[in-house]
Design a protein around this ligand. Sequence first.
Ligand code: NAI
Length: 257
Amino acid sequence: MTKIAITGSGSGIGAATAEALRAAGHQVIGIDIRNADLNADLSTADGRAQAVAGVLARCDGVLDGLVLCAGLGVQVEPPARIVSVNYFGAVELLDGLLPALSKGSKPAAVVVSSVASAHLSWEDNRLAAVLEAGDEAAVAGVLESAGEKRGNFAYAGSKNAVTVAVRKRAVDWGRAGVRLNTVAPGVTETPLLQASLDDPRYSKAVRDFVAPLGRSAKPQEIAAVILFLLSTQAGFVHGAQFFVDGGIDAMMRPTRF
Ligand code: NAI
């Protein structure tokens, strides 16, 4: 049995992943804002430190897998909170738990990014400088400059940055013997999706975002790819992003990959 920590374990993709991992015989440490094995608010530095300390205590400093699923959608106010959870809630857990992962058995980590990570380039990501500097307090000011589109910008900018953060860690993590990858889901039937469909500011754009396969994903379809990336079958997959999006990235950016 292996020990795997997972954020966002209470809902959607995280819940489907936790269920599939438990069914496969893994010991899961679920982390969420409430009703989890470990309750922590990943939108704050204190909550993130509490999550890292709680996982280390529960795994005795040796962790085999990590899945970072917790995230907030475009409609959440204030939008700086989206960035706090989607970006800082991922990178601070990656960095805090790497020492424990490096002692694990065939260890691997997966961060749930989004197809939205490819909606802008790192060079065009106005959040890039403050996020690389770890300056969470400066995020709200940068988002203000995006005006009415700040929800979209907070979401896509934080997802772009978290994918870049994973790729930039490929060398150090590879040397530590820990594989690290992202999955980039497209539209997936979860409460996060429903909340953006229910918000008149975003519902049309979300409805119009139709994949070539002509449907949205079930959370279990994203969980299946996460389980593959954690498994030894993916033993040479490292620093990669897997789009699980029904073909929408290929449709939007056929010449870029
Ligand atoms: P969800 O809303 O069903 O689950 C997200 C989980 O994160 C919830 O359990 C929630 O309580 C937790 N969470 C939120 N804020 C938190 C905080 N401050 N501290 C601790 N936990 C917190 O959403 P879903 O769709 O399962 O999202 C999972 C990941 O997949 C997110 O990172 C999301 O951005 C990403 N994603 C989702 C897509 C979709 O269409 N549903 C598409 C692309 C990416």
